[in-house]
Design a protein around this ligand. Structure first.
Ligand SMILES: Nc1ncnc2c1ncn2[C@@H]1O[C@H](COP(=O)(O)OP(=O)(O)OP(=O)(O)O)[C@@H](O)[C@H]1O
Ligand SMILES: [Mg+2]
Length: 377
């Protein structure tokens, strides 16, 4: 029960997405948090409506489970327009995209999820479509092939991506408005939980909401999921009421700790502290120590640990912060300075072992795009 399918994973399985549909806010004023983005979007959408024009294309970026799909649906609802939903991986050829674009009615909103995964030819077709509301349909093959320009109705594209950094600049530049959705404050998650509990018919006490919100990693999807898990517990083991007591007991069963760390996070942090004295240690060594694939550690556990200020990625390897020692209730070695190899070499004597080097893997972590990724995104 850890990794990408764990109870605090930001990703959602297909059946969970169905449940989520019922919990999505439908209008901008129901959408909790992200105040600045909401304000800006209101101006963009209602400004265009007032002028009788289609609004600029909108790019939504942010981590998984933070409300991008929800916001795309809200945009269409605010405009009173139909919404077409597709995704980067679903559009395999430029022709697939041309087929969708050529059937749009004026003012329709098309949502392309995971737009950073669009195939290159489709992406290039999109440039022209976004800018001039036109696509070039290529007929025939080889030297006889001709491009037939086809006008399409003015539309608004809403793109969503968890990896804005992977979008090619020409595509990014064609969005008139880019909204970055960020993690939520616990107080905002409490409001979301109250709303969800109302929709699900779950009796939720304020102290229960506070307890769940604090452990939800700033992510509405996780908050809603933990609420459902705590409800199960409260119904089976108690009187069905979600309060501080049932929330604490349930989350202990699911191995979600005070800060929202699950078993994998705790294993990673525990190994880093207990076996490697706080680091630095290379990713692959750390992964072996917890019996996981390096990618699982890097993609699932680390981003949250970094954001929670418990782990740092340095060019020499992974390092525990002083807060990590406190979190696990351990005392750092006396000489620990957050990244100094420990035990430190006595003066004039070569270090007994330097984990970062012994490892051969103390280099900066690399994201899938090959770029150095120190931010934990
Ligand atoms: N601001 C919000 N207010 C209330 N509920 C929210 C908010 N943001 C997200 N949610 C809820 O969280 C769940 C996940 O949101 P959503 O599907 O929009 O995330 P996403 O950013 O599209 O994730 P992914 O990157 O995985 O596609 C939904 O059930 C939605 O109702
Ligand atoms: Mg989504």
């Amino acid at each position: 029960m850890s990794g990408a399918d764990g109870v605090v994973s930001p990703f959602a399985e297909a059946d969970e997405r169905t449940i989520e549909g019922a919990l999505r806010p439908k209008r901008l004023d129901e959408f909790v948090g992200q105040a600045r983005v909401r304000e800006q979007l209101t101006l963009v959408l209602h400004g265009a409506l007032g002028r009788g024009r289609v609004p600029d294309h909108v790019l939504l970026s942010g981590p998984p489970g933070i409300g991008k799909t929800t916001m795309a649906m809200i945009i269409a609802a605010e405009l009173g327009s139909p919404l077409r939903i597709t995704s980067g991986p679903a559009i395999e050829r430029a022709g697939d995209l041309a087929a969708v674009l050529s059937t749009l009615a004026t003012g329709e909103v098309i949502f392309i999820d995971e737009i950073h995964r669009l195939a290159r030819p489709a992406e290039e077709m999109l440039y022209l479509a976004m800018e001039d509301f036109r696509v070039d349909v290529v007929v025939g093959k080889g030297p006889g092939a001709t491009a037939i320009p086809l006008d399409i109705a003015p539309f608004t594209l809403v793109g969503a991506t968890t990896r804005a950094g992977l979008l090619p600049a020409p595509l990014r530049d064609r969005f008139g408005f880019t909204a970055h959705l960020d993690f939520y404050e616990p107080a905002e998650l409490e409001i979301i939980l109250r709303r969800s509990a109302g929709l699900l018919g779950v009796p939720l006490h304020d102290d229960g909401g506070t307890e769940i919100a604090r452990r939800s990693r700033g992510t509405p999807r996780i908050a809603n999921r933990l609420l459902r898990r705590v409800r199960d517990y409260a119904e089976v083991r108690a009187d069905g009421v979600v309060n501080r007591l049932t929330a604490r007991a349930a989350l202990e069963v699911y191995e979600v700790d005070e800060e929202g760390l699950d078993r994998l996070d705790q294993a990673v942090l525990g190994a880093l502290l207990r076996r490697f004295n706080g680091g630095p240690v290379g990713l692959s060594t750390l992964a072996v120590a917890v019996g996981e694939e390096p990618e699982t550690v890097e993609v699932v556990a680390e981003p949250f640990l970094v954001r929670a200020g418990l782990l740092a990625r340095t060019p020499r390897g992974r390092v525990a912060t002083p807060a990590a020692w406190a979190h696990l209730g351990l005392t750092p070695p006396p000489a620990y300075q957050g990244g100094t190899p420990w035990p430190p070499a006595a003066a004039g004597e070569p270090a007994l072992f330097d984990l970062a080097q012994a490892d051969g893997d103390g280099r900066a972590p690399r994201g899938p795009d090959g770029a150095s990724d120190q931010t934990g995104e």
